[in-house]
Ligand binder design. Sequence first.
Ligand SMILES: [Zn+2]
Length: 199
Amino acid sequence: MPKPVLLIAGAAARSKTVRRLVVGAVAVGLMLTLSLATPLLAVPLMLSGSGATAGGSLVVGEWGYPLAGDYNKGRGFGWHPVEGCAYCSKDHKGYDMDQPCGATVYATGPGRVVRAGPWDSFGNAVEIDHGGGVVTVYGHMQWDSLYVTEGSRVVAGTPLGLEGTTGVSTGCHVHFEIRVDGVPVDPEPFMAALGLPLK
Ligand SMILES: [Zn+2]
């Protein structure tokens, strides 16, 4: 079993909410496997699957996407130096995605806002503690655009603020970061396990 899946599984085991979702994801995986052998199952799966891709539903179960609808993918997680940007981080700890400047940024899961405001290279940022050691970060939002404050309770789909380019950023985008026990993890497999595939 690859390491990221173990990480997610470990995090999920400490969170009832995430655990339920991962159980759901496993069930979907099982159904997908079955659908390979049973063409009749494939049609409903394709229909329900369309809601779990960018451009579909914002929220799937108790988790959702940081942006509603389609978006452009920026830098993914890991080693991605930015050409011509000496001050940009090379080892990218999050997943960058963008819609036009000013697009609404949403909470991706239920939890409590533990930080809302200026935060070093993240610019105007929001941090949400989801419990079970899982934390999400939303960076570079426009100044004075935040709808939440420290202590706010949020669910998936709660508006957090407006997409911007504050902090260390070369253009409007959301820096979406997921931390498990304080360590940034790749958002792509994490979100995919929740039925929310990224690009
Ligand atoms: Zn980023």
